[in-house]
Design a protein around this ligand. Structure first.
Ligand code: MN
Ligand code: MN
Length: 378
């Protein structure tokens, strides 16, 4: 490393150089932690955790890693999983105590869901598509020809992908005589059931959707558990785009989401969410965020692709693109409807004399307020 790539914790007369030992690559990825803005103050918990630091569970033909409250204590209300399934590879039939929100990051996945009313939902989903599987509803995921990678978000930070209810384990932990009675056959037919979980395992790439659907007694209802969000056009703003996916467009969903793209030099404006925590996954680019809390607390973090961020309910924040490429970030909220308070809109809709009396702003800022009073990326 030459001196030009060496960042030092010095601003003006404050701070001093760091002669080491130091982890320079980590410092370079986190300049706002090594050298925080002067406006940072007080103690806020860590609000960043990279999937690159999460244990990766390698299985036959795929892998899975998770960021839960165990690694990321601030994230009490939501947990995330990043999973890769090669062609044909299956995430075993299972269910869990939490609702599962999903976003396809790469390739094509086949999701199979059966609900208590006997509805069967089988869909092939591509990059940018989503699903919502409610708590207790059984499902499986399979990689198609090109394999798939996806993100899962669960509505409890204590969730673990390693602690789901699995079809193999259910059968393995039921007396053989009960299995025989349940299925109306003799118990020797269960001699070959697995003694332990399969979890992630290889199968051939399944037949086309219409063939598989045709083999089933019921024809599937139209997409109740999935949303082909890749086909939804985002809202365009001066600094980027926002796709809003909540129960207004996806009635099944109990978690809502914003898919945000921020152009270089742009930012997602200063705001907060009155009724939901925000779980973030950075897909592309480099960004920073400052989180503001009472009293006088503020802390700034730097994020890049593969990082998870978290913003507790009601705390102020922005997302600024600090790199040369567009930032793409997914925000997931533990609420059915996306809702935020824009600082600019609040100020623009408050009587100007009241604002002037608080902040001593000049007329240029007061006029700018009226221009920037819509919640946007700018
Ligand atoms: Mn699941
Ligand atoms: Mn937000």
């Amino acid at each position: 490393m030459n001196d030009q790539t060496r960042v030092e914790p010095i601003r003006g007369t404050r701070g001093s150089n760091d002669p080491g030992p130091r982890n320079l690559p980590v410092d370079l990825q986190n300049p706002d932690i090594l050298l925080p803005p002067d406006t940072d103050n007080g103690s806020l918990p860590n609000l960043k955790f990279p999937f690159a630091l999460a244990h990766n569970r390698l299985e036959d033909g795929g892998w899975a890693r998770e960021v839960t409250v165990r690694d990321f204590p601030a994230s009490k209300s939501m947990a995330g999983v990043n999973m890769r399934l090669g062609p044909g590879v299956v995430r075993e039939l299972h269910w869990h105590k939490e609702a599962e929100w999903a976003y396809i990051l790469d390739g094509t996945a086949r999701l199979t869901v059966v609900d208590p009313d006997g509805n069967v939902s089988i869909d092939d989903l591509t990059t940018g598509d989503m699903w919502l599987v409610p708590a207790g509803i059984p499902h499986a995921i399979q990689g198609m020809e090109d394999g798939t990678e996806f993100l899962l978000v669960f509505d409890d930070g204590n969730f673990s992908e390693n602690e789901t209810l699995l079809i193999t384990e259910y059968l393995a932990h039921t007396p053989l005589s009960v299995l025989a009675k349940n299925f109306g056959v003799s118990s020797d037919h269960f001699a070959n059931i697995p003694k332990s979980e399969k979890y992630i395992f290889r199968l051939p790439v399944p037949q086309p959707l219409d063939v598989v659907r045709g083999q089933l007694p019921n024809s599937p209802p139209p997409h109740p558990y999935v949303l082909l969000a890749s086909k939804i056009e985002p809202e365009r703003y001066s600094g980027g785009t926002v796709k809003t996916v909540d129960s207004r467009v996806f009635p099944m969903t109990t978690l809502s989401a914003l898919i945000i793209e921020i152009e270089p030099g742009g930012m997602r404006e200063m705001h907060w969410h009155p009724d939901a925590d925000e779980w973030q996954y950075y897909v592309q680019g480099e960004a920073r965020m400052t989180i503001f809390d009472a009293t006088n607390k503020a802390r700034t973090f730097d994020y890049r692709a593969g990082d998870v961020g978290f913003v507790p309910k009601t705390l102020g924040h922005y997302i600024e693109n600090t790199g040369e490429d567009p930032v793409r970030v997914i925000n997931v909220f533990n609420s059915r409807i996306c809702s935020d308070v824009s600082l600019n809109q609040w100020m623009a809709l408050t009587p100007p004399d009241l604002i002037r009396g608080h902040l001593g702003l000049d007329e240029t800022v007061m006029k700018a307020l009226r221009r920037t009073s819509q919640p946007v990326v700018r």
